[in-house]
Design a protein around this ligand. Structure first.
Ligand SMILES: [Zn+2]
Length: 413
């Protein structure tokens, strides 16, 4: 059986979804690029002799269950979708590393006491339908299925349209109790987001927690008009309110930091009609807010919205706010982290334990089963950008670490 090389796999994936406009890669739920990624997953897992399935929530699974491997599976994996114009490693690194690790365990003759299952979670970034970790939230029963069926993408297509077009049944989505119960634990490897490992000179780290975080859609309605013919004092320009909201996001987060590790970002803006010589009639923008604890996020968003409402009143605009998602603070399982730390110690010594500000499927699953994450050093800390990276040596170290962890967690018969 051939050993799958993570770097070669990343090279195979590199042409898929390359974004000529934004730079980087755009791979969004069940679009052409995502379907090619999913087809690659099936081919790669099948070439290792794994059983591949797709669940009702569009997640893909590949299982290695040799004779004698019993009970719930040790699950690993990540996601193959991306943010718009994202980097090459978030989250394909976790999927290719899992395939590489399992191929090595097969090649070395490891006899696992439990099956190993590799996940490719659907719509982790929420780039198409606005809700991050959609596949894992559906699996876990953490999100209302009627709400999901009603979600629309930027082109107006609904989630139901997307699932139907891909040959999946949108009526079947939702909590998958038997699949959840068939997982003993979930360990996700991911490229580090932020820069904590480089100063520690450590190629890998173990996650401790995820900041509480959420997304809010703000709609500001004014009056569209001519940019030349309309007097300044008679305008109702929603762009001014949007600008004030962007400023408020930074200002309020700065005022709250550092003890709450608060951060707020406006990274997406839609302007209607979007003409350079027209005052906008409506602006939609999205606030991404994160902080140490749930209440810190609520307070931060309330302050930003209060500033935005004041700006709307001053400009004579209407403002509405809708919460698109909220993820509570996550604590990863300390006992599982200890077991992984012990498995890595012979090769890596004492592995640093680090928190993260980024959401993950592992964070969703943490409420339902023991979960852990391994981070691979990102020298610049940049992610959700084409400039995201990790050295070849560190990518190999990540596969070594995941292999050691899976070997220890599945035991020898
Ligand atoms: Zn990711």
């Amino acid at each position: 059986m051939p050993v799958l090389d993570a770097l070669e796999s990343l090279a195979e994936l590199a042409p898929i979804g390359a974004d000529d406009v934004r730079g980087g890669w755009s791979r969004h739920l069940l679009d052409d690029a995502d379907r090619q990624m999913r087809a690659w997953f099936v081919r790669a897992a099948s070439s290792l002799g794994l059983d591949v399935e797709e669940d009702a929530n569009a997640n893909q699974w590949a299982t290695w269950a040799p004779a004698g491997a019993e009970g719930p599976a040790v699950a690993t994996g990540s996601h193959l979708d991306s943010v718009p114009g994202g980097g090459p490693l978030d989250g394909p690194l976790g999927v290719v590393s899992a395939l590489a690790a399992v191929s090595r365990l097969i090649a070395e003759g490891h006899a696992p006491a439990h099956p190993i299952r590799i996940a490719n979670f659907a719509e982790e970034e929420g780039a198409r339908f606005g809700v991050p970790c959609l596949g894992s939230q559906l699996l876990a029963g953490d999100i209302d299925t009627d709400r999901v069926r009603g979600l629309t993408d930027a082109s107006g297509a609904t989630y139901v349209d997307a699932m139907t077009a891909a040959g999946l049944d949108p009526a079947a989505i939702g909590r998958d109790a038997s699949r959840l119960e068939d997982m003993a634990l979930y360990l996700e490897l991911h490229v580090e987001q932020g820069r904590q490992l480089a100063p520690l000179e450590a190629p890998v780290g173990i996650a401790t927690s995820i900041l509480a975080h959420g997304r809010w859609r703000v709609t500001v309605t004014g009056r569209g008009d001519h940019a030349g013919a309309t007097e300044l004092d008679s305008r109702r320009d929603p762009m001014l309110v949007a600008a004030a909201t962007v400023e408020a996001a930074r200002g309020r987060a700065l005022a709250a930091a550092p003890p709450t590790r608060s951060r707020a970002t406006v990274g997406k803006l839609q302007v209607v009609p979007g003409g350079s010589n027209a005052i906008a009639s409506e602006v939609r923008l999205w606030i991404d807010a994160r902080a140490e604890h749930d209440a810190d996020v609520r307070v931060l968003v309330a302050r930003i919205v209060s500033d935005a409402e004041a700006a709307a009143r001053a400009e004579g605009c209407e403002l509405t706010v809708a919460e698109e998602s909220f993820s509570t603070r996550v604590e990863f399982d300390p006992e599982l982290a200890d077991r992984i730390g012990a498995a890595l110690a012979p090769t890596f010594g004492e592995v640093p334990r680090i928190p993260t500000g980024a959401g993950h499927d592992a964070g969703i699953l943490a409420a339902h089963l023991p979960t852990a994450m391994l981070f691979v050093r990102n020298p610049d800390g940049v992610s959700h950008s084409p400039h995201e990276g990790a050295s070849d040596a560190d990518i190999r170290a990540g596969v070594d670490a995941l292999t050691d962890a899976l070997r220890a967690l599945t035991g020898d018969r």
